[in-house]
Design a protein around this ligand. Structure first.
Ligand code: FHN
Length: 470
């Protein structure tokens, strides 16, 4: 039986919950998760085409915070690496001195883009300005930027944009529109500038944030998306001003779900993978260890197997996975992150058909079991005991069963009206026997399983759309 959690109503439930959920991260930052849209918008769908196909992107959090790398005045500063200024209440006058030390001579944009490609990622999103207010690009709106304030003097974003253009990679920019701890009127810095509700917030928006977003959309070629974040004090009007800038300068640029008004797609909470399938465009921003910006003490990397599972899990629910790396102050992406990404990339080279452009599962029971007592988590979502043995993604006439555990030798296919035509292993095309047991098609799977990280079996069926039974 299909569990009711994953029936069509589940999508409605997800949308309802998402409308007012505030997500708390370990940093204490709150990010609004954007409401589901109401009416279909053909232009938006057109803009979203590449995004829905892409499925997997590289997030890069890089800024001055890579210099202290989680330690201030010889003391560990707890929390996310990029939040060190806030967590340690570092005065602007002290923090901005980091700019003089920021000289990432090993930065090589071509290598970063090559890494994303090797990893099988289809887009890159880099922090152009995080909450600390420091711009990683040449800006006329504020001299607190990589070219004017550091010995490096090179426009990091320009080099990355050029490398992306050369290598055919889409590039988007993270921009912290609300929080700017460097500015007296930006949100967030209460240790230097007092409470936010006493600030002339529009002065900051007009003089820095809006002009900088304009600069990003005019100086760096086609921008795939702008990734706004933590919409504090972002009224509808203020958010609309940003949306207007984006739409007027680059109508095809996507707006993420954290601007403060409806964007093009929904951003889940950080590292939050929904339990349900949703037809909306959505994305999970996620860390590869526990921090976004580099911390020298965070070496608790997720394994390639965990990353592969999360990727397929997300795709099987209809979403995208935006996986982060935090480069060091010298411009090098930590080697373990690189190795993990490349290992998953090698798997995708042979199994990518199950991911790129693939649709979600038509079934749902495989995702997990809802709590039988109707218990809810802190966000108000129904608690689910996830199942992690296998996931399904789809293309017309094809089901891709990705098996993460060694399955029983005879693997019963979920009930569907479509007849099975044939089955084979995606990695090498080897046929997989299909038998009927108790009136139900089963796959006879070779043991030990072909690829212990994840083995994809393609099942071809009659008809283009799979019709589940039950
Ligand atoms: O506060 C930020 C955090 O530093 C990081 O950039 C993440 C990425 O999704 N967004 C905010 C918290 O949700």
């Amino acid at each position: 039986m299909r569990s009711p959690l994953f029936a069509a109503a589940a999508f409605v439930a997800l949308a309802t919950v998402s409308a007012d959920v505030k997500e708390r991260t370990t940093s204490g930052a709150a990010s609004a998760v954007q409401p589901a849209r109401s009416a279909p918008d053909p232009q938006k769908e057109e803009r979203l085409k590449w995004f829905r196909e892409a499925k997997y992107g590289l997030f890069i959090h890089w800024g001055l915070y890579a210099v202290p790398a989680g330690e201030w005045n010889g003391k560990r500063s707890l929390g996310l690496g990029e939040w060190i200024m806030n967590r340690s209440h570092i005065p602007v006058g002290d923090y901005q001195k980091l700019a003089a030390q920021f000289n990432p001579v090993k930065y090589n944009a071509e290598e970063w883009v090559r890494l994303a490609k090797d990893a099988g990622m289809k887009y890159i999103v880099i922090t152009s300005k995080h909450h600390d207010g420091f711009a990683m690009f040449k800006s006329k709106a504020s001299a607190y930027n990589i070219v004017d304030a550091t010995p490096f003097k090179r426009d990091i974003l320009k080099e990355l944009a050029d490398a992306c253009a050369r290598q055919g990679m889409r590039l988007g920019f993270y921009y912290s529109q609300s929080q700017d701890w460097h500015e007296p009127n930006g949100a967030g810095n209460i240790w230097d500038f007092g409470p936010d509700d006493k600030k002339d917030y529009d002065q900051y928006l007009r003089s820095k944030a809006e002009p900088q977003v304009r600069e990003l959309l005019t100086g760096y070629g086609p921008v795939a998306l702008i990734w706004f974040d933590t919409p504090r004090m972002m009224t509808g009007d203020r958010a609309q001003r940003f949306a207007g800038i984006v739409r007027s300068l680059q109508p095809n640029t996507l707006i993420d779900g954290r601007l403060g008004t409806e964007g093009d797609y929904r951003s889940t909470g950080d590292n939050v993978i929904p339990h349900e399938v949703s037809g909306d465009a959505w994305e999970v921003p996620a860390t590869i260890n526990h921090t976004w910006g580099y911390r020298k003490d965070d070496t608790d990397w997720k394994s390639p197997g965990q990353i592969a599972f999360k990727l397929i899990d997300i795709v099987s629910k209809g979403g995208n996975y935006l996986l982060n790396v935090g480069p060091m102050a010298d411009g090098v992406i930590p080697q373990p992150s690189q190795d993990i990404l490349r290992t998953v990339g090698r798997w995708l080279q042979v199994n990518g058909e199950a991911v790129y452009g693939a649709g979600p599962t038509p079934f749902g029971d495989e995702l997990g079991e809802p709590s039988n007592r109707g218990r809810k988590d802190v966000r108000g979502d129904l608690l689910v005991y996830p199942q992690m043995q296998w996931r399904v993604t789809t293309k017309p006439g094809k089901l891709y069963f990705t098996l993460f555990d060694e399955p029983r030798a005879s693997f019963a296919l979920p009930r569907m009206q479509n007849a099975v035509k044939r089955a084979y292993r995606l990695a090498d095309g080897a046929p997989v026997e299909v038998k009927t047991e108790n009136g139900r098609p089963v796959l006879i799977i070779e043991r030990p399983i072909f690829d212990p990280m994840a083995t994809v079996i393609v099942v071809e069926v009659e008809g283009t759309k799979v019709q589940p039974i039950g």
